[in-house]
Ligand binder design. Structure first.
Ligand code: E4P
Length: 221
């Protein structure tokens, strides 16, 4: 199972990468907006430079999302984003226009991530269009009282039936239990906020046990 970090914050990306368990990064316009210090002066060139900085931190896939709505515009923006670095994956929304863009970008050898996926039918379309990754948003489904992880189970099962090569990237992850369930279902990737990566490592019995070991180790001095 691969772990991506779901952030545009360079410090968080560096810190997660130093743990040695990071395989990639996902960003979206909202995550990028969070790191902008002066919105009046942040340009599209700044956005591309920021993606370039992320790509220097690690070699794994870095998803950068298009901010256009028609297929032609998404393809042109996607080509521009893909030219930033070889590990950029172009994120396109799962709309009819987005599907067309995914198909075109994929046929040009550009990796894509179909995002804002909330149903198995959208996931089937993403795979048929040649997306490298599909991003079902589990937390946002939970938010509207629909079980997000049930969608992951459906997609993993459907993709297995047809041996689709599109990787299932569990997105909108809110807590470690999402990660456990995703792993048990065989999802390829989970993209995690930094806080969730930290939570994966924590256990109170580990802390208590370590306290005891450190106290007892004092005898050796
Ligand atoms: C990542 O690819 C998604 O854009 C992200 O996980 C969405 O998370 P959110 O629902 O917490 O905004």
């Amino acid at each position: 199972m691969k772990f991506f970090i779901d952030t545009a914050n360079l410090d968080e990306i560096r810190a997660a990468n130093e743990l040695g368990v990071l395989d990639g990064v996902t960003t979206n316009p909202s995550l990028v907006a969070k790191i902008v210090e002066d919105p009046e002066r942040f340009t599209y060139e700044d956005f591309k430079e920021h993606i370039a900085k992320i790509c220097t931190i690690l070699d794994g896939p870095v998803s950068a999302e298009v901010t256009t709505l028609t297929a032609d515009e998404m393809v042109s923006q996607g080509e521009e984003l893909a030219s930033i670095a070889g590990n950029v994956v172009v994120k396109c929304p799962l709309t009819l226009e987005g599907l067309k863009a995914v198909r075109t970008l994929s046929s040009k050898g550009i990796r894509t991530n179909a995002t804002l996926v909330f149903s198995p039918t959208q996931a089937i379309l993403a795979a048929k269009a040649g997306a490298s990754f599909v991003s079902p948003f589990v937390g946002r489904l939970d938010d509207i009282s629909t079980e997000g992880m049930a969608l992951i189970e459906q997609i993993v099962s459907i993709y297995g039936n047809y041996r689709f090569s599109t990787e299932v990237l569990v997105a909108s992850v809110r807590h470690p239990q999402h990660v456990v369930e995703a792993a048990m279902m065989g999802a390829d990737v989970a993209t995690l906020p930094f806080k969730v990566i930290e939570q994966l490592a924590r256990h109170p019995l580990t802390d208590n046990g370590l306290d005891r070991f450190m106290q007892d180790a004092a005898v050796f001095k």
